[in-house]
Design a protein around this ligand. Structure first.
Ligand code: FAD
Length: 513
């Protein structure tokens, strides 16, 4: 152990060959290379009690996306004379066992800012260093190193996008390494190596899910999708968010590269560079925060805020999160989660989440606002949990950051600006095609009633084969009175937060929570 010139490269995210500094370093002078991915059964195991197919932590769509990404990585490694070694078990224990069994002098893996990986990596790193194994753990999941930004900002993360952008500057370029081959895999000792499992191998039935996400995992898909997007230079140069149609589902209004960035099938530095190449050839282009490069900077912003904020994923003990007395109402939460709110725009989005694991940014806005400060006044952490499990792009920093944003708990405070569950979607899709697709029970409802089917006369409901209260639910709340009540409660909570802020210092406030 620690004496040979073998290297172990441990894939977790960063499931790619291009712009992968850990892989590049691991393979540079190695006689043998061990490319490893550890499947944690807890992450994958079917949960019979979950409300939709998947494990307790991940919906089946995301599990499938990950497995597809691993198959693709394995193929790409095989083309270079290597292969992916799949192991199973507790990731720290498994990697430590491999380090004991294999003759390696280098352990290389992408640095990860998520609390789960921070804890995991300390264990593995400590073992490796004590065993005389060199550890190389570069930052390559994000454009910037969040630690550097926090340092530049005097030890605290910048909490506004503008201040973040000012501090960040230009990101480093991606690596340009092109491999003709990789060092062969060494002797495997007593480690059990598996092929990438299928979802059936993991215990999921064939007919587990009625429709799978149309987005397939893997670096090859990611690069293909990126090329497709970059072909339309005008579209890239003029990209502006939040403009764009959240109800467009046949051809989504944004790139749908988020799941590939989440798993690192696509390097954010490479993505950023490709956008900059287009900007150079089209000087009249949009700018951050609304531009496409600006979207990648939003990602960086949330990563930095998350890394520098203790308890970022909860309200209590989180110094940047407003303390709001959210309601504990499981019935309302279930109606929202299971697309039974009686508001077709909201329910269609929640069905898209369950079937595809992806929805447009403004669709996410609509349902997150509805659940929290807009209508139901349910805790943002509950909605966060549902997104965290079901999104294929589920990302700890971005998801928590956006839920705090949408619930007006942090970053954004205009709680009077509420998305209407009946008129917002109509602006983009007056005919309700999006609703008809994801909620076929309403497919024959005339367009005059598609956003508010409870207002349709009984004769129309009968003709449309959809009786409200029988075939499709009556709304769980009246939007007018519910949103008014939400505004009142938010006003009270804000006043109280201000009062507390005035009475005690921010540190004392932390202790009070
Ligand atoms: P594009 O518009 O094409 O943008 C390109 C990339 O920029 C995205 O892939 C993403 O990496 C990044 N980006 C875009 N918008 C944001 C944003 N607001 N914040 C941070 N990064 C952004 N995004 C996730 O990747 N994972 C999540 O778990 C997630 N949870 C969300 C929860 C809520 C309540 C809301 C409102 C938004 C959430 N988002 C999340 C942010 C955003 O909706 C998605 O990143 C975006 O819709 C993905 O589609 P796209 O790749 O086509 O985006």
């Amino acid at each position: 152990m620690g004496s040979g010139s073998g290297s172990l490269v441990w894939f977790r995210k960063g499931i790619r060959i291009h712009d992968n500094p850990a892989l590049e370093f691991a393979s540079r002078t190695a006689s043998h290379l061990y490319p490893v991915f550890v499947i944690d059964p807890h992450y994958m195991k079917p949960d019979p009690n979950a409300f939709s197919p998947g494990s307790s932590r991940a919906g089946l769509n995301r599990i499938k996306f990950l497995l597809e990404s691993l198959v693709d990585l394995d193929l790409n490694l095989k083309n270079l004379g290597s292969r992916l070694l799949i192991l199973k078990g507790d990731p720290a224990e498994v990697v430590i066992h491999c380090l004991k069994e294999w003759n390696v002098s280098k352990l290389c893996f992408e640095y990860d800012t998520e609390p789960y990986y921070q804890a995991l990596d300390v264990k593995v790193k400590n073992f490796a260093l004590a065993a005389g194994i060199e550890v190389f753990s570069p930052v390559s999941h994000t454009l910037f190193n969040p630690t550097d930004i926090i340092h530049k900002n005097g030890g605290k993360p910048p909490l506004s996008y503008q201040s973040f952008v000012k501090l960040a500057g230009e990101p480093p370029s991606p690596l340009t390494t092109v491999y003709s081959s990789l060092p062969p895999v060494g002797h495997l000792g007593s480690c059990d190596i598996f092929e990438v499992p299928t979802i059936t191998d993991l215990g999921y039935g064939e007919a587990e899910q009625d429709e799978f996400s149309p987005f397939k995992g893997g670096e090859s898909e990611a690069l293909k999708r990126l090329d497709e997007c970059m072909k339309d230079k005008k579209w890239v140069a003029n990209f502006e968010k939040p403009k764009g149609n959240p109800s467009a589902f046949l051809k989504p209004a944004t790139t749908v590269l988020s799941p590939y960035l989440k798993f690192g099938c696509l390097s954010s530095r490479y993505f950023y560079q490709r956008i900059q190449d287009i900007y150079r050839s089209m000087p009249k282009h949009s700018s951050p925060p609304v531009s496409l490069s600006g979207q990648l900077l939003w990602r960086e912003f949330f990563y930095t805020a998350a890394f520098g904020t203790p308890n970022f994923d909860r309200m209590k003990g989180n110094r940047i999160c407003k303390q709001i007395p959210w309601k504990d109402d499981d019935k309302l939460l279930e109606a929202w989660r299971e697309a039974r709110t009686g508001f077709p725009w909201i329910d269609a989005i929640m069905i898209q989440l369950r079937r595809w694991g992806w929805m447009h940014h403004l669709a996410r806005h609509s349902v997150a606002c509805f659940l929290t400060r807009g209508d139901l006044f349910v805790h943002w952490e509950k909605g966060r949990d549902v997104f965290e499990r079901l999104l294929i792009d589920s990302d700890w920093a971005i998801n928590n950051g956006n839920w705090m944003w949408l619930s007006c708990s942090s970053f954004f405070y205009q709680y009077n600006r509420i998305y209407s569950p009946t008129t917002f979607g109509k602006k983009y899709d007056p005919n309700g095609d999006y609703i008809r697709h994801f909620l076929p029970v309403l497919k024959d409802m005339p367009k005059e009633y598609i956003y508010e089917p409870w207002t349709a006369p009984k004769s129309i409901q009968t003709k449309a084969n959809c009786i409200i209260g029988k075939d499709y639910p009556i709304p769980v709340v009246s939007h007018d009175s519910a949103s008014k009540e939400c505004r009142r409660k938010m006003g009270e909570a804000y006043a109280l937060n201000k009062e507390l802020n005035g009475l005690v210092g921010e540190d004392d406030l932390k202790n009070l929570r």
